[in-house]
Design a protein around this ligand. Structure first.
Ligand SMILES: [Zn+2]
Length: 303
């Protein structure tokens, strides 16, 4: 299969050490506040984990007693810190500083929305498109999923293409922006699969397999690089694959063909705080006659 974006093969600009990149689910509490590091699990079911916990309980009852006690604390209140009280203060600040000071805007938005952008970004807590790109309420219709993937039309309904259908056919957005990012746990999970057909019990596996062609082309184009470097390559390759998948939806391709809709890729590197943006060149892409090849234009690098 042809490589989608050979120029993306480059050493990583930073390290993903300490980010979500292994196959366990755990929560790390730092200094009494909920700093949570989520890790994706491909191999074990929750039932397996319960079994492991029972085994651990037999080995060290004192330790497990402490864990059970912690589990029975209310989720929002731990060691005197109420995260929802903090959230309440942030909401009231938003109301005072944003909502009430822009009352006309919010009253118009209460009647209808007409966003210019549809954004598809990863569920990763560090990405936050509204924050990093300064998108205010009403500016972007947004869907976030693991690894910011767009399944092809033939995959059938999902929440991602349901959102696309509404954004394109009802809201008539002008731009769809798919944003990949550094240290993506979903892409790491995709690249870690030994066999795409084995063990279909994991929801994560069954979702990220949408990007299997990006994994395949990454392995072909970047096999000489380290595994971490291949993941960096696939983080961008999967964005391009999603842009091509967008064209498999007839109502999206029609709008692109008519010049009413543009498809863009983006890559947010939160190690260096840089953003790369590019646009699919529709006519060059279709003129190549290869559904696995993308032509891009207008690449820019924001640093
Ligand atoms: Zn991600």
């Amino acid at each position: 299969m042809a490589n989608l974006a050979p120029t993306f093969v480059s050493p990583p600009s930073g390290s993903c050490r300490g980010s979500l990149r292994t196959s366990r689910i755990s929560a790390i509490k730092l200094q009494g506040r909920e700093t949570e590091q989520t890790r994706l699990n491909l191999g074990s079911s929750s039932r397996k984990k319960q079994g492991l916990r029972r085994n651990a309980s037999k080995e060290n009852p004192g330790l497990m007693q402490g864990i059970r006690k912690d589990e029975f604390k209310t989720a929002e209140q731990t060691e005197g810190y109420d995260s929802f009280n903090d959230m309440k203060q942030r909401f009231l600040t938003f109301k005072e500083k944003k909502y009430l000071e822009n009352l006309e805007l919010y009253r118009r938005l209460a009647q209808s929305q007409a966003p210019e952008f549809m954004v598809i970004a990863c569920a990763d807590s560090r990405v936050c498109p509204s924050v990093i790109l300064g998108m205010e309420p009403g500016e972007a219709f947004m869907v976030r999923n693991v690894a910011n993937l767009v399944p092809p039309f033939e995959s059938g309904p999902s929440e991602t293409n349901a959102a696309l259908e509404f954004a394109v056919n009802s809201l008539k957005v002008k731009n769809i922006l798919v944003i990949g990012h550094s240290c993506c746990g979903g892409i790491h999970a995709l690249m870690s699969m030994e066999n795409a057909d084995e063990d279909n019990s994991s929801f994560i596996r069954n979702w990220v397999i949408v990007g299997k062609n990006a994994r395949l082309s990454t392995r072909e184009a970047a096999s000489h690089l380290s595994f971490d470097q291949q993941c960096r390559h696939c983080e961008k390759e999967s964005v391009n694959r999603s842009l091509l998948n967008l064209l498999t939806y007839p109502w999206i391709e029609e709008q692109v063909m008519r010049g009413n809709l543009s498809l863009h890729g983006g890559y947010y590197d939160f190690i260096d705080c840089t953003f790369e943006k590019w646009t699919l060149d529709y006519y060059k892409t279709i003129s190549r006659g290869n559904k696995d090849m993308i032509a891009i234009k207008g690449r820019s690098f924001w640093s």
